[in-house]
Design a protein around this ligand. Structure first.
Ligand SMILES: [Fe+2]
Ligand SMILES: [Fe+2]
Length: 482
């Protein structure tokens, strides 16, 4: 019988590690951080906090990292990051790594949009050496390829054994760097062979890849299909046909577990993990019982940031203000009260040049939002008859902005709280239904184009109001099949 620890691993993704030597305090790094909407400046402390947890857990010997290891392809951050994972290896952990499009800069041979790496000075940027795509394989080969049962030369993908009866196929899906982030033909054949090989050997198999295979919400693939794993529909068929039940992904920076079933009843789940550099970043803790084939997936976050004075705040509270929801929560009141400060704080995050000329409109919208309660939407959505007296009283007390912040907060962390029985869901769904009718009646082509076929604004909204997926974005147990 296997030792449980042998069939377990932690999975981290989108670390976006930024060396402290890559920036000095100033507008340029802060704008970059706001633009990326993750806590870039604290990425070393965040990674350290997670590695401390990993080192403290003697039960789990393996760590899988699925790309966007650094933020801007610079050699400096890569080298520092590699030293840290070498230390984990020296402490007895197996570390398996793949790379993604933030890990290199293009030299013009593909569509990757990063063309140079930079250091952020007080007033601007200066170029620093960057990693080329063809250098990444050798740079990280000690973390996966050197231990692999098989390596796919063209992509750098590989298969490793995790425990006696379990294999992980780590796919490197850099493709052409932008419009096709997937494997090419030869890679697809290699992947098929790897799955077949695992089955022949009697091993369970898990897949890991950077780009999403099932979109976190249908609107994602509808609007930005190129952000999906290139060839994802083909991969759906392969996973259904071969009964591969779990694929781990990143890239969206969203905590999300979604299941996809075909007409024959075959299914798999895409376990998308939030960026580690998000305020509420989490890693997955995966354990496979190879006696029964049960794959248990849980999530682990951090409470503190090593070496950082957070003024008594938790890591999440401290970092929250640097992420998209936290920024909105900070600048929305400013838009109504102090427009110049609003523009200052929004720099790097919103097109401030354009907004500066629309002071009156922006202030007015912010004022309306700041003053309104949830009840102000009841009339428009005609939801009064759906609510009890108590629920109406509640709606009168809840500021609309509280709901906006809460929805935004959960876009990345998953598990939004507004289930269909809540007043918030009843009122907002009614608003969306009314909007759906108006869009149809007035034939608003622009809005119609944003709605996935067969869906509606109301259906789209549900994905962001509560967990319409597998019920818990943090945890799932899946029966694997050999
Ligand atoms: Fe990322
Ligand atoms: Fe990415």
């Amino acid at each position: 019988m296997n030792n449980k620890a042998d069939n377990s691993f932690y999975l981290l993704t989108d670390i976006h590690y930024v060396s402290k030597n890559k920036w000095v305090e100033g507008k340029p790094i802060n704008n970059r951080e706001r633009g990326d909407q993750i806590a870039l400046k604290s990425s070393p402390e965040i990674f350290e906090a997670f590695t401390e947890k990993i080192l403290a857990d003697s039960e789990i010997n393996t760590l899988v990292i699925t790309g966007d290891n650094v933020d801007g392809g610079d050699v400096l951050s890569h080298e520092e990051f590699r030293e840290k994972i070498r230390a984990l290896k020296a402490a007895g952990k197996n570390v398996y790594i793949t790379v993604a499009t933030h890990d290199y800069c293009s030299t013009g041979e593909d569509e990757c949009c990063f063309h140079s790496a930079c250091r952020y000075t007080e007033t601007g940027t200066e170029p620093i050496p960057f990693m080329r795509r063809n250098e990444l394989f050798d740079f990280y080969r000690e973390f996966g390829p050197d231990q692999a049962l098989s390596v796919h030369d063209e992509s750098g993908s590989y298969t490793v054994k995790i425990g006696e009866d379990l294999r992980l196929i780590a796919i490197v899906d850099n493709g052409n760097g932008r419009s096709h982030c997937g494997l090419f033909e030869d890679g697809v054949e290699w992947l098929k062979e790897q799955i077949a090989g695992a089955k022949e050997a009697g091993d369970y198999v898990l897949l890991a890849v950077h780009h999403p295979v099932i979109p976190p919400w249908d609107v994602y693939s509808h609007m930005v299909d190129y952000e999906m794993y290139g060839g994802y529909r083909e991969l759906w068929n392969l996973m259904w046909d071969e009964n591969v039940r779990v694929i781990f992904t990143g890239h969206t920076h969203v905590q999300n577990i979604r299941k996809l079933e075909n007409d024959a009843g075959n299914w798999f789940v895409d376990v998308s993990t939030i960026s580690l550099a998000n305020a509420a970043g989490k890693m997955r803790k995966v354990t496979v019982d190879t006696e029964t084939g049960m794959c248990d997936i849980k999530s682990v976050g951090i409470e503190v940031l090593p070496g950082t004075d957070t003024g008594g705040l938790s890591a999440y509270e401290y970092l929250y203000t640097r992420n998209f929801p936290g920024i909105v929560q900070r600048i929305l009141p400013l838009a109504s009260k102090d427009f110049d400060e609003f523009l200052k704080q929004a720099e790097g995050f919103l097109p401030v040049d354009k907004l500066a000329g629309k002071k009156f409109l922006v202030k007015r919208i912010a004022n309306i939002l700041m003053r309104r309660k949830l009840s102000s939407l009841i009339r428009f959505g005609r939801s009064g008859k759906l609510l009890s007296k108590e629920q109406k009283k509640y709606a009168k007390a809840v500021p609309l902005t509280d709901i906006i912040y809460e929805i935004l907060r959960h876009i990345f962390t998953g598990n939004a709280p507004y289930t269909p029985d809540t007043v918030e869901n009843i009122v907002l769904s009614a608003v969306c239904r009314r909007l759906d009718r108006l869009v149809e009646k007035l034939n608003v082509e622009k809005v119609k184009g944003m709605i996935p076929p067969g869906s509606s604004l109301n259906e789209m909204a549900q994905d962001f109001l509560y967990n319409t997926r597998t019920g818990d974005d943090d945890s799932i147990t899946v029966q694997l099949i050999k």
